[in-house]
Design a protein around this ligand. Structure first.
Ligand SMILES: [Zn+2]
Length: 579
């Protein structure tokens, strides 16, 4: 009887684990959960192991729909509890059962810093690998030293950005290390008659292929193809004189698919490669190298934008020639960002021409710029998981990103005063020493307080208030200095604003409907410059308590917004995140 209860508990945990992870429960998390729920079972772990293995195997034999149905019938409350979690998970990948383990990859060209436009490919591939306890792999695609030339700093910067995003990969390849492998397969596919070396001019080839006709090179014997291949490698053919083409169906409705180019010659003296110099004169084109690598790296699920659909069609011909099986391919729709730049070419051009101050210019959606502004990697992950791998195009706004980030920053950011463009306020008739005690965080008093002591001289004290509050500082208006006192404006001519003490309590201010403004005692504080999202700089004074801040601290300047401290020396430099 007791055994049956334990078995039932295991079954429940295994089923829940399975429905959250695409229909496959894993032994370890099931054991872990069981021991958390019933710690007394620790002593019996030896007999539990085979029992759990048996139950997990039983559960995994069933379909996801079936597993879910059982949970719904037997433990509906568990589904409600898990709902929050499930909502954050992605739809299942197709045909996971066909593979021993899910392997995904991210394959950028190291010719630009990573940016929000890359986020979907990265986050989906990494999340799916994590969801199925599979592998995520990184491939740097740098085989075009002529038009899409890579640059050395990006070989370091891309992995750094990925680590910041929380990605973990178990394999990293750089295509320029693999040129001999591409040569090997080029030779193989030429020998098999699956490809040919075409020496026609581009115009001639295009004319023939658009008429669905073979060029004269196509049907030459493979012995002749291999000689031509040697001529490509040894320099007999010059740049533009020969190209390896993969044979496809010449009647394919899309002319761009027909006998696509796989390898071409690039003048190694004129276009040396940033990593391997002038070592190679024949370079694979995108489809050829990517197809070989996906196969050799064991990729089971390719997740990429739908602009790659034609590439799948192209590569499938090549897989057929080589007797390989094409991986599962998931193509998601385009992602647009209103008011943001997601086009790599525009980012690169803007940085090169000096329109932007650098890759970390706050106007850019590069990860390095977002990081500088205090956007959290978790924000990007959550945003992408919400969007998922849908095939429809999606349009996002910066506000979507900020809303998620705000939720993450709000509970952890301490609050401080920052007076932007300070203006002096003189208050008369202050009856006594005033103490303001403001909490570092409104929801968490345990974090401590900031204390300001105002000692009036002959009833007078001076403050700094933000020039942007000038609209409120109109004669006879009653204002509350947050946490300190209420005052009535007497006159607000240019220069100093004159006021007199009105009352002390917050209640009084509330009754009078007095607006709250933030402030600093005149003569205190630390100069602070905040770089705004449009790259303008806002200057002001931050309260003295900010002197203890360190670079990378993220705080909220009250009534201003969240900022990330970039440097903290005799003055503070910060980047604005959002309100
Ligand atoms: Zn030809």
């Amino acid at each position: 009887m007791l055994e049956e209860t334990i078995k039932e508990a295991i079954r429940k945990i295994a089923l829940l684990n399975a429905i959250n992870y695409g229909g496959k429960a894993q032994y370890q998390p099931v054991l872990g959960k069981l021991l958390t729920e019933q710690p007394q079972l620790r002593a019996r772990i030896k007999e539990l192991v085979p029992l759990i293995q048996k139950v997990v195997a039983e559960v995994n034999k069933r379909s996801w729909e079936d597993q879910r149905k059982t949970v719904q019938e037997k433990w509906p409350e568990a589904l409600i509890k898990e709902k929050a979690e499930v909502e954050r998970t992605l739809p299942r990948l197709p045909n996971v059962d066909k593979y021993e383990c899910v392997v995904t990859r991210f394959a950028p060209n190291p010719d630009c810093m990573l940016h929000l436009g890359n986020a979907r490919a990265i986050v989906l591939c990494d999340e799916y690998a994590k969801m199925y306890k599979g592998s995520f792999r990184l491939r740097l695609e740098d085989t075009d030293p002529r038009l899409k030339r890579s640059a050395l700093p990006f070989y370091e910067a891309i992995p750094e950005d990925l680590r910041w995003l929380g990605c973990k990969w178990d394999m990293e390849v750089i295509q320029s290390d693999r040129v001999p492998i591409y040569y090997e397969f080029a030779e193989k596919i030429l020998a098999k008659g699956g490809a040919y070396v075409c020496t026609c001019t581009q115009e001639e080839f295009r004319r023939l292929v658009s008429a669905k006709k073979a060029c004269p090179c196509r049907d030459l014997p493979s012995s002749e193809q291999l000689i031509r291949w040697k001529y490509m490698l040894n320099g007999t053919y010059k740049e533009g004189q020969a190209v390896v083409r993969v044979k496809t169906d010449l009647n394919h409705p899309n002319p761009a698919v027909r006998d696509w180019p796989a390898l071409r010659i690039i003048n190694p003296k004129k276009y040396p490669h940033p990593r391997v110099g002038s070592k190679y004169r024949v370079w694979p084109l995108y489809n050829f190298s990517a197809a070989i690598d996906d196969h050799q790296m064991g990729i089971t699920h390719i997740i990429r934008g739908k602009e790659h659909l034609t590439n799948q069609t192209r590569q499938e011909y090549m897989y057929k020639h080589l007797g390989w099986k094409y991986p599962e391919a998931i193509h998601y729709g385009r992602m647009k960002l209103t008011g943001g730049l997601l086009s790599k070419s525009k980012i690169v051009e803007g940085v090169r021409k000096g329109v932007f101050t650098g890759w970390d210019d706050p106007r850019l959606g590069t990860f390095i710029a977002l990081r500088k502004r205090g956007i959290q990697p978790e924000t990007i992950r959550r945003l992408i998981i919400e969007v998922g791998p849908k095939t429809v195009d999606v349009t996002l706004s910066w506000e979507n990103l900020y809303a998620i980030n705000r939720k993450l920053l709000d509970p952890r950011a301490d609050r401080y005063f920052f007076v932007r463009d300070p203006r002096k306020l003189r208050i008369k008739d202050i009856p006594e020493t005033m103490i303001a005690q403001l909490s570092l965080h409104p929801d968490d008093e345990k974090r401590g307080f900031r204390k300001f002591e105002i000692v009036p001289r002959n009833g007078v004290a001076e403050f700094w208030v933000a020039a942007q509050d000038s609209d409120l500082l109109k004669p006879r208006k009653i204002i509350r200095l947050m946490g300190l006192l209420n005052l009535q404006i007497r006159n607000a001519r240019k220069g100093i604003v004159e006021a007199k003490f009105h009352s002390k309590g917050h209640e009084e201010a509330r009754k009078l409907g007095a607006p709250l403004i933030h402030w600093l005692p005149a003569g205190t504080g630390i100069p602070c410059e905040v770089v705004m999202p449009d790259a303008t700089v806002v200057r002001g004074i931050a309260e003295d308590n900010c002197r203890k801040l360190k670079p990378n601290d993220i705080i909220q300047f009250e009534r201003f917004g969240f900022v990330r401290i970039d440097s903290a020396e005799w003055k503070l430099a910060a980047y604005y995140a959002h309100r």
